[in-house]
Design a protein around this ligand. Sequence first.
Ligand SMILES: [Ca+2]
Length: 215
Amino acid sequence: MHRFSYRALPLLLSLVLLAVMGVLRPDGARAFAAGTIPEVSAEQNLRISEALSFGDMELRVFSDCGEGLCAPKHSIAWGDGEILELTAEQLSEPIERITISDLDQDGDLELALIAASCGSGRRGDFLLLEWTDGEWEAHRLCDPPDSIQNGCWGHEAITVWKDHVEVSFPLYADDDANCCPTAGKRSLSYAFEGDSFQLSSYIEGPPSQKVDWEG
Ligand SMILES: [Ca+2]
């Protein structure tokens, strides 16, 4: 199976982007769009999102799965072949959904990448990239205090709303099996406060149904 080196990734991504954009045009009608990553091509080990309208730009999200489906290297491509390579610290899990938002209503759009780890734990992950003055500004979900994180063993559901990001997860009691958490549910809300993207509130809920741990 063909694998390209990390050093050759920017050039290859540029070539793939230009090739794909030459035959696939966006519908142009989506001021706010959401997309998914299509299934990986076995030949390319590369996942490419649909073309997304992002303000007056068009962009795509690439996931290089050459190191494995569960350890992708993500890149954002826009403009005339410009590419932002994300670090593993920023986002290293497979992307499940892409959303475009403006959570702080400042006119600078944000690209929200929602990811989840492989395996039965399905740890959720999230990265928000805000396009500000011609550059990407990255925002991550800060770790909540232990008192709020206590009982969380994965299976987070991450939803981007108009003005906040909701992270909901089932709560596990000490003896709960992975399939069947019994201690309720907690939903965290993250939002901009000034220039800081931070945890703003949380609520408790009743126990969840049996969790989906396929993956
Ligand atoms: Ca914004």
